[in-house]
Design a protein around this ligand. Structure first.
Ligand code: G4P
Length: 526
């Protein structure tokens, strides 16, 4: 296939993730985007899937019970001759290491804020990951039909809390019960919020500037006065939007709307296509970017999921194509194992449905069967593996020993332990001294433990005992330092055989460091 086709396919792709605090409207916005892309026909389908009793696995039913979104990896849809890959980022508060890694596969972030609540804790966490990864972020201020914060204060809050300039590209006429529409600053059009038609009817009119008398004829004088003052302020003071600043993470263009009413979404989506970068910005270790066109096929594993479907009982590794063309059956080199692998079965998932994928391009997400050889962060490539920046690993802060309640289930317990640890739900350690020979699990939050135990029971029929350990800090060490570790230290080995030390408090860790200055303590096992 010629590189011009590859070039065209790269240019028309946009791979992005929505980041939001739970309840801000991520699911609703996803659904509206899918409606625009024709990927679903009816409003309510994503919600229906979220609520469905016969969810794909019990893990998913647990997600449902707790209001956690479905863990499908990515949804692909077309819109205006573009191919959009929307990565699914679970929005729950406690269990976000997998979310962080998913963001590594995105080229753009869409930050959804609840207009009444502004920047919330989970938004901050996810925003920081996007910023560290260097991906540009668009902001969609949702629920404009409900009482909102003062909007200039909200923009200020984004700047102060997140440290990024917030530049409105549209501005609302009224808010809450008085929300009448949004004005596009670039094309000077006012899009009217038509609640009676479900908001989906595109009514707009071109205004001859903000002094256009049509405004006075149609709307409350107070509302119009405030709107004019706002626009004057924005056009006078807030500075022009600079696309390069956006691409470099210095500013975020801000849109306003109401996802549930399907209002402001189309305006947002059209600008999104213009602003969001094509999949050309996968960062390399040396600070540069991987060229998706001249480099041969490459991809990295960012998510591993066991038991996607009870019927299939298979494990899937989700890969994000970073360069070249993926053709089903391609022979690739597995960088960690330094072994050839044939990628014979490749799928796209939509809820419970899976379809074979024969070809994929940079930016695309595909699921490949994982016979146990793929781990998060592995690189597969037809040529030399690109030197991609490694995916983040977080040093766990909670620890427990885990054992099977019943010796009969020991075999499936071990299998479950290994397969679920592979997914990166939590860290698995072993030790001869800590936890009296049991498996030690490490997590960032309690929910990870709960999910792990529940899945061991549901998917592997292994009932388990979990006993919390008193540690709150962990640090990896270099293998060359292993021999120097004093016997009093709480030494454990992770599943890849890398040593780590557990401490009860930060103070203990600092004390250890002071007494053992030649042992390097690392937050990442690399
Ligand atoms: P999440 O995925 O970010 O957690 O949020 P989700 O889309 O599930 O939305 C959370 C709630 O906010 C939902 O209400 C949803 O209908 C509502 N919502 C989303 N967008 C808007 C909006 O623009 N305006 C208003 N007023 N509400 C909005 P729910 O009662 O939890 O669920 P449902 O019964 O409506 O489905």
């Amino acid at each position: 296939m010629s590189s011009t086709i590859l070039e065209k396919e790269v240019q028309r792709r946009r791979t992005f993730a929505i980041i939001a605090h739970p309840d801000a409207g991520k699911t609703t916005l996803t659904e509206k985007l899918l409606l625009f892309g024709g990927a679903i026909q009816l409003a309510g389908m994503v919600k229906a899937k979220k609520d469905k009793k016969t969810a794909t696995s019990d893990w998913m039913s647990m997600e449902k019970e707790r209001g956690i979104s479905i863990s499908s990896a990515a949804l692909q849809f077309e819109y205006k001759d573009h191919v959009l890959n929307l990565l699914d980022t679970p929005g729950h508060e406690d269990f976000s290491e997998d979310t962080y890694r998913t963001l590594m596969a995105a080229d753009t972030g869409v930050m959804v804020l609840d207009a009444g609540k502004g920047v919330e804790p989970q938004t901050i966490k996810l925003f920081k990951v996007c910023r560290d990864r260097g991906i540009p972020i668009l902001t969609f201020v949702n629920k404009m039909d409900r009482p909102t914060k003062e909007l200039f204060e909200l923009l200020d809050e984004i700047e102060k809390v997140l440290g990024i300039a917030a530049i409105p590209l549209v501005w609302p006429l009224g808010t809450g019960p008085d929300f009448k529409g949004v004005y596009s600053l670039a094309d000077k059009k006012l899009y009217i919020f038509d609640k009676s038609s479900g908001g989906s009817k595109k009514s707009s009119f071109q205004m001859k500037g903000v002094d256009d008398p049509t405004l006075d004829e149609n709307y409350d004088p107070e509302l119009v006065k405030k709107f004019r003052e706002d626009i004057e302020l924005i056009e006078g003071g807030l500075g022009d939007f600079d696309k390069n600043d956006f691409l470099n993470g210095k500013c975020s263009p801000v849109f306003f709307g109401s996802a549930v009413n399907n209002f402001g979404i189309e305006l947002f989506l059209n600008q999104f296509l213009d602003l969001a970068p094509a999949p050309e910005r996968i960062p390399l270790q040396d600070g540069g970017f991987l060229d998706p066109i001249t480099s041969p096929f490459s991809a990295f594993v960012f998510k591993v999921q066991a038991n996607m479907n009870k019927m299939h009982r298979d494990r899937i590794a989700f890969i994000r194509v970073t360069s070249g063309i993926f053709e089903r059956g391609v022979q690739a080199v597995h960088n960690r194992l330094d072994k050839p692998v044939k990628l014979a079965s490749s799928f796209a998932f939509f809820g419970q449905d899976r379809n074979t994928v024969d070809q994929a391009y940079p930016g695309d997400i595909i699921g490949v069967i994982n016979p146990g050889t793929f781990q998060i962060g592995d690189i597969l490539s037809a040529g030399k593996a690109p030197d991609l920046k490694p995916l983040p690993v977080f040093a766990p802060e909670m620890f427990a020993t885990l054992s099977a309640k019943d010796t009969l289930s020991l075999k499936s317990f071990r299998k479950g332990l290994e397969q679920l640890a592979e997914e990166g739900i939590l860290h698995l350690f072993t030790s001869k001294t800590v936890g009296s020979g049991n498996s030690i699990v490490g997590a960032m939050g309690n929910l990870q433990f709960e999910v792990f135990q529940r899945r061991l029971l549901d998917e592997y029929k292994a009932d388990t005992n979990l006993a919390r350990l008193p540690f709150t800090v962990s640090r990896w060490i270099k293998s060359s330092d292993l021999e120097k570790i004093p016997s009093s230290a709480n030494l454990v080995m992770d599943k890849n055989g890398v040593g780590a030390l557990l401490f009860e408090t930060e103070w203990d860790m600092n004390y250890f460091s002071k007494n053992n200055p030649d042992i390097e303590l690392k937050e990442h096992p690399l």
